[in-house]
Design a binder for this molecule. Structure first.
Ligand code: DGL
Length: 274
């Protein structure tokens, strides 16, 4: 197999990374992808940074042993805990991470009050502090943190529009809306799958921003730089995706994933027990 035809590995703590994967697939439909969602151990957001690091390193090692040419850490929590360590460990492999899209939110906010919804572990990491420092123009913009461990399981189980999920979302987001936030940065890759639910509750009050497309664009840039972009156009009319998600029974997983993916592409969904 040619170097460029090797797959791009996409990793997340669970099915949330599919929100990044679908942007990658849309932008680069000629690529092969291997996705690993560690649903068995999700949520990562309540774990220590050390635990998140151990799990991430174990799964990235596995993905590289499958021949991946690049790794996308489609998880804000794992990026914040581990991306710099992974880059040191694998200096020859492009490793792309994800961080909350605070900059566009700050630039576009009219009220200059922006909320970031992310996991507790992401807020404990240094990365988010750097992002806030770099992009929040301290004197002019207030950044409000919103967090919960309860949201990820709703996405993992396909219950985003359940009454329970709407109640949890309302309780987390109402305080930031009351404090004047007009932009909500979705700082966890599971949360783009909550967009409909957030819109049901706060349609006119919050504009939502996530980082999925920015990560896809950055991945394309890095692949071009390393001469790893697959340019065999039209060779594959559909994108084949191997979706490995551990920890749930295959049927539940299949129906949850089927509702998250883009039906315009061919997805080969697999389940592996770890
Ligand atoms: N999807 C992950 C993120 O972007 C975290 C979800 C979890 O807590 O496992 O932060």
């Amino acid at each position: 197999m040619k170097q460029t035809e090797r797959p791009i590995a996409v990793f997340d703590s669970g099915v949330g990374g599919i929100s990044v994967l679908r942007e990658l697939v849309r932008l680069m439909p000629n690529e092969n992808y291997i996705f690993f969602g560690d649903s068995k151990n999700a949520p990562y957001g309540g774990k220590s940074l050390e635990e998140v690091r151990k799990l991430t390193e174990c799964h990235v090692r596995h993905l590289l042993s499958e021949g991946a040419k690049a790794v996308v850490i489609a998880c804000n929590t794992a990026t914040s805990a581990d991306v710099s360590i992974l880059r040191k460990e694998y200096p020859d492999v492009p490793v792309v991470g994800i961080e909350p899209a605070l900059k566009p939110a700050v630039l576009q906010s009219k009220s200059k009050v922006v909320a970031v919804l992310a996991t507790p572990a992401t807020f404990r990491g240094k990365l988010i502090q750097d992002v806030v420092q770099n992009f929040a123009l301290p004197a002019q913009v207030s950044v409000l943190a919103a967090t919960s461990l309860a949201l990820v399981p709703f996405v993992e189980h396909g219950q985003q529009l359940s009454a329970e999920c709407l109640t949890v979302l309302h309780d987390i987001l109402n305080p930031v809306v009351t404090q004047g936030a007009d932009y909500l940065v979705l700082g966890c890759t599971h949360y783009p799958f909550l967009k409909d639910a957030i819109q049901v509750l706060f349609a006119d009050q919050l504009t939502l921003i996530d980082s999925g497309f920015a990560v896809a664009r950055q991945t394309a840039r890095i692949l071009i730089k390393h001469e790893l972009l697959c340019e065999e156009q039209c060779k594959r009319p559909h994108v084949q995706l191997n979706c490995y998600v551990s920890g749930q029974n295959a049927e539940t997983l299949r129906s949850v994933v089927a509702r998250l993916i883009d039906p315009a592409f061919t997805w080969d969904i697999q389940n592996i027990a770890m």
